[in-house]
Design a protein. Structure first.
Lengths: 309, 372
């Protein structure tokens, strides 16, 4: 276990920004912190890395207490802040070198680390340019480069793709997967469900400073109770077939559109029974498409609002 | 080691910030030109009379000529001359605050000068001695042009003299400070206070950047970062001061002679104080804009009370400003003030550094800032 958080509480005045959060992160995971704007993701991250003072709780990283051994821990983590954190007065290579030196890198190790970070983020060719000459996507990549120059074991990324074009976003997401393959554990916060679904091995859903659900995508999908949706295409759709499906126990709805039948049914029922009913009624199935519940559905079920509310 | 890294990159960052460099250099260069050339004489003519004690025990030609010279119409509107019968009486008057300074002509002045022995006109006082030096030196210069006793016996010169009374003295090789010389020093000091903006940057967070989060996530203690950034900012300010001195010295021919180590030491201490003032303001005031406005206000107040607007009407309250003591050290090495006076001002500057940074450290320990 690389990160352990126990009973973490952070207040801003009377407002409880992080409300008794407990969390564990294993080595090698990409864990997604998913929640809408204002949910407390950034505050939680800032509390973990010691940027902001907490009221109570324990934060242990690499088996050491963040309150007592923060400098030792910070040598092994990299943080990508939500907003750009670069010096416009320095070139890209100077930015990465400066932070590399503050991470304790020297000499050949520093030079190699800087080159590796800039090549990894596809910025080596533009290393002598200042960030103010970069596009938004390039600035985001340089933001990442400054955080990975020292090959951290744990990387914390706070919404690293906000406000950038899809091409840059895809590049960043691919880079994150590569970093994980190279051995880094990653904490990734976002309010974009698609990113978290594609990227993360495990998801923690946060709202109003509290963890409201945690688990793999499949496990979280079980929170979306009761219903599944199947789209079934038939070669010979008929009234008899439709009635056979409608009369099944647990089928809530059965609608037709051309040759496609959409069936909404209880989780207690399963698709096999529906297929059997269609076959017994003489139907020939050409295609079945199961619509899985996504994280947005999970969030909506648990909180009554969408991720973008 | 990380302190030095932070210092180096802070210095480099400030060096590449053209806007601040322009403010720190262009503003004083233009200001000193205006004040030194165009405005200086106007202010000099428009001030209250200075109370000056006068003790003339010399019955010879120099005493008589100096008498006439001092009571000249040209000085009548600048000086209120109060006669005393002895040097001791004059010193008492200084201590009592009745006069700012005293001119003393010893009884054997003319006699010794005639013989060829070096003698002295002694100036003493707590303030406005520069003007008296200027006047006295003017007398000597014009007296020296006479083909008489002085050309035979040599030039009278000033001498050093130390005792428990604060005195400001004058070495024989130094020139008289004119307005350009005066404002060249004062304007530099006033502008360097603006360097406090670097101190504000050190402790406040930028509204549109998460640099404070990145900095706080680094394996560097905030004390190391603050100290390093203070060093970097101070060295940058010192570099700006050195460039300014070069321009003032060689373009405006302002007098910046004197012990280079004392000049650099005084300026270094002053720059440390300026950055520290900025840190203190940044810690006490939540808004960057408000902090900047307070810094500008401090710049104007310190400058005014230490004499950067007019050299004569500097208030007693100026003694608590770093500008005043840095001025004493700089003028002291350029124009030959006593070691005692300079040492006192050096100690004042050291004390101000201790107070400002001590108080800042106290605030930092007591209050947890999320951005530093």
């Amino acid at each position: 276990m690389i990160v352990e958080i126990k009973n973490l509480i952070k207040r801003y005045g009377n407002k409880l920004a992080v409300d008794n959060v407990n969390m564990r992160i294993e080595k090698g995971e990409i864990i997604g912190l998913l929640g809408p704007n204002g949910a407390g993701k950034t505050t939680l991250i800032n509390s973990i890395i010691g940027v902001t003072e907490i009221q109570s709780g324990e934060i242990n990283i690499f088996g050491k207490s963040m309150l007592k051994d923060s400098l030792e821990i910070k040598n092994r983590i990299g943080v990508v802040p939500q907003n750009i954190a670069l010096f416009n007065e320095f070139s890209a290579i100077e930015n990465v070198t400066y932070f590399g030196r503050l991470y304790g890198l020297r000499g050949i190790e520093l030079r190699e680390g800087v080159k590796r970070a800039l090549e990894f983020t596809n910025l080596w060719e533009r290393r002598k340019d200042s960030p103010k000459k970069y596009s938004g996507g390039m600035q985001r990549r340089l933001n990442i480069a400054c955080s990975i120059v020292h090959k951290p074991e744990l990387i914390i990324m706070d919404e690293p793709t906000v406000g950038i074009d899809p091409q840059s976003r895809n590049h960043i997401l691919e880079s994150i997967k590569k970093l994980n393959e190279m051995g880094s554990t990653i904490i990734y916060t976002s309010h974009y469900m698609e990113e978290v679904e594609n990227l993360c091995t495990r998801v923690v859903i946060i709202d109003n400073g509290r963890v409201i659900a945690e688990g793999t995508k499949e496990r979280l999908a079980e929170y979306v109770q009761e219903e599944q949706i199947a789209e079934i295409e038939l070669a010979n759709l008929s009234y008899t077939i439709t009635e056979a499906v409608k009369n099944l126990y647990g089928v809530k709805e059965c609608t037709l559109l051309g040759s496609k039948m959409t069936v909404v049914f209880d989780k207690s029922n399963n698709i096999a029974k529906i297929i059997n009913a269609i076959a017994n009624a003489g139907g020939i199935i050409t295609k079945i498409n199961m619509q899985e519940a996504n994280l947005e559905d999970v969030f909506l079920t648990l909180t009554g609002k969408t991720l973008r509310d | 080691m990380k302190i030095l890294i932070a210092a180096y990159y802070e210095f480099l960052k400030n060096l590449r910030d053209i806007k601040i460099g322009v403010i720190l250099l262009v503003f004083p260069i233009i200001t000193v030109y205006l004040l030194g050339n165009a405005i200086g004489s106007y202010f000099l003519n428009d001030i209250d009379k200075i109370p000056v004690g006068y003790v003339n025990e010399d019955n010879g030609i120099i005493g008589a000529e100096f008498d006439k010279f001092l009571h000249n119409k040209e000085f009548a509107d600048k000086l209120e001359i109060i006669n005393y019968s002895s040097q001791e009486e004059g010193e008492k008057a200084i201590n009592a605050g009745l006069v700012d300074a005293v001119v003393y002509l010893p009884s054997n002045l003319s006699e010794e000068v005639t013989k060829g022995t070096k003698q002295s006109i002694i100036l003493s006082g707590k303030k406005n001695v520069e003007l008296l030096e200027s006047i006295t030196s003017g007398f000597i210069s014009s007296y020296n042009s006479l083909q008489a006793v002085i050309s035979v016996s040599g030039n009278p010169e000033f001498t050093r003299y130390t005792d428990s009374v604060k005195r400001i003295f004058y070495t024989k090789d130094a020139t008289i400070p004119d307005m350009m010389d005066y404002y060249s020093v004062l304007t530099l000091l006033q502008t360097l206070i603006l360097g406090g903006i670097f101190g504000v940057f050190i402790v406040t967070k930028s509204a549109d950047s998460d640099m404070h989060i990145r900095i706080n996530s680094l394996p560097v203690s905030r004390w190391q970062l603050i100290i390093g950034r203070v060093i970097g900012s101070t060295l940058y300010l010192l570099l700006a001061a050195i460039i300014y001195i070069f321009v003032a010295k060689y373009l405006y021919h302002a007098n910046w002679s004197g012990d280079i180590l004392i000049i650099l030491g005084a300026l270094l201490a002053f720059c440390v104080i300026a950055v520290g003032i900025g840190i203190l303001i940044g810690l006490l005031v939540p808004s960057f804009t408000t902090a900047l406005m307070i810094l500008l206000l401090i710049m104007m107040i310190f400058g005014t009370v230490s004499g950067s607007v007019t050299p004569i009407n500097s208030s007693d309250i100026g003694i608590i400003t770093p500008n005043y003591h840095a001025k004493i050290l700089l003028f002291g090495t350029i124009y030959g003030y006593s070691k005692q006076v300079m040492l006192e001002s050096a100690l004042w500057l050291a004390g101000l550094i201790a107070v400002i940074y001590g108080f800042s450290a106290f605030i930092l320990r007591m209050v947890k800032y999320d951005n530093i």
